[in-house]
Design a protein around this ligand. Structure first.
Ligand code: AMP
Ligand code: GLY
Length: 410
């Protein structure tokens, strides 16, 4: 089979890596890919949201299966366009991707179908939003509607902080804000292969969203991750499947937006059971980088069977995989790119490229999140040790990272 993976980050690197282990894959292309991906696939210089150019390429090259990494191309309708041309693609349509692209769309479905989530109200007027926050008190959560790469969310612990977030939200973009009840508990990610009402769960991962140690600092796209997660037992996972993931897939069919692709449940174990923080219409990044290396089943088989409405029994490596994100100083706010990275060559399979650039055979930073460094071992403790030993091999002054990935679960 000829595979095309769309995107350029660590998630796409992990997808390409998983496809490269498939016996059925003859050739892998990535658009636009990155220097890490280039060691496993042919990178094609087409931006991930240039739908018409991607479509022409896939037709011309005779691609058998296209897999979409990020939400951008999904929101741009890449799946609709490929399907209209008779090409096989794994991902939700533009309409189904609204589960991620519109917080309000997702909330409305959750409320209608009784899927547990935080109480909320949405606002298009600044004064009304401020009035609501003052009435509800803190902590409270302010979310800008639309795609924000994990950065449009403020968990406000003071009224001033909430008002500042509202000012920012209403001073830009489409001026729609969702204000949510604050949920407290243990957060985890449950990503499923979904096609209509078939929902196949992957192993649980835990992402670390805050920029700094001890969950301090602003929200990011994710600063570190590990899988499996001991706190989330099989019983809790079953609750998450039966109360959140399966009902959501069924609800999407009923509402006329059948979902096909990776459905990501951002969940939290509260004292009142599992609740939903958000859905994403794609694989998580960095979750993909620790879940896929544990998948022993051929990824091609899983997706192909699913597209034919057949389930595949998934087999998992029992080892823990733990990933530490090395990000540019300043991320998630402004940061500089172009710093030299050394020492990465020794890491081979323990490294996924998130935002790098190769120039004259040298590797440079080229993004907020730059590298994801892995450890893989029979225990969480050993995986942690190995990941941080690997981090120490990377030489680049322009990068920072968290030191406490996986600490809460030990
Ligand atoms: P989201 O983009 O919706 O995943 O939000 C980013 C992060 O903000 C989540 O991973 C949580 O850590 C936090 N968060 C979002 N919504 C809530 C909530 N209702 N209660 C507590 N924390 C939340
Ligand atoms: N790791 C969070 C996300 O992919 O949205």
């Amino acid at each position: 089979m000829k595979i095309l993976v769309i995107g350029k980050g660590g998630r796409e690197h992990a997808l390409v890596h998983a496809f490269s282990r498939s016996k059925r894959v003859k050739q892998i292309f990535a658009a636009p890919g990155n220097p890490g991906i280039a060691q496993l696939a042919t990178c094609v210089d087409i931006a991930d949201d240039n739908v018409s150019a991607l479509l022409s390429f896939a037709k011309q090259e005779g691609i058998d299966l296209t897999v979409v990494g990020g939400e951008g191309p999904l929101a741009a309708g890449i799946v609709d366009a490929f399907q209209a041309s008779g090409l096989t693609i794994f991902g939700p349509t533009q309409a189904a991707a609204q589960v991620e692209t519109s917080k309000e769309f997702a909330k409305k479905i959750m409320v209608k179908y009784g899927i547990p989530t935080a109480a909320y109200q949405s606002f298009t007027n600044y004064e009304e939003a401020v009035g609501y926050v003052e009435k509800q008190g803190v902590p409270i959560v302010i979310k800008e509607d639309g795609l924000k790469a994990g950065k449009g969310v403020t968990v406000a612990h003071s009224i001033q902080e909430a008002i500042a977030a509202l000012q920012t939200a209403f001073s830009q973009g489409d001026n729609r804000v969702v204000i949510e009840e604050f949920l407290s508990g243990f957060e985890f990610s449950l990503i499923c292969f979904v096609c209509d009402d078939i929902v196949i769960p992957m192993e649980i991962a835990q992402d670390h969203k805050c920029a700094y140690d001890d969950d301090q600092g602003p929200n990011t796209g994710g600063m570190g991750v590990y899988s499996p997660v001991h706190t989330i037992t099989e019983t809790i996972k079953t609750e998450a499947m039966e109360r959140v993931m399966k009902p959501m897939a069924r609800a999407m069919v009923k509402e006329g937006y059948p979902f096909c692709g990776f459905l990501y449940g951002g969940l939290i174990l509260t004292e009142h059971g599992v609740k939903t923080i958000e859905f994403n219409a794609r694989f998580g990044d960095p979750e993909a980088e620790v879940i896929l290396p544990r998948l022993k089943t051929d990824l091609c088989d899983v997706i192909e069977n699913l597209l034919h409405h057949q389930k595949t029994e998934l087999e998992w490596d029992s080892d823990t995989v733990l990933g530490v994100v090395m990000a540019s100083q300043g991320y998630p706010s402004s940061y500089q790119s172009g710093a030299l990275i050394e020492g990465y060559e020794q890491l081979q399979d323990s490294l996924y490229h998130m935002g790098t650039k190769l120039q004259d055979d040298k590797l440079f930073t080229a993004g907020g999140r730059v590298l994801l460094v892995l450890g893989k071992a029979p225990s969480l403790q050993a995986a942690y040790q190995q990941a941080y030993d690997n981090v120490a091999k990377i030489k680049c002054d322009a990068l920072f990272y968290r030191h406490d990935i996986g600490k809460k679960d030990r």
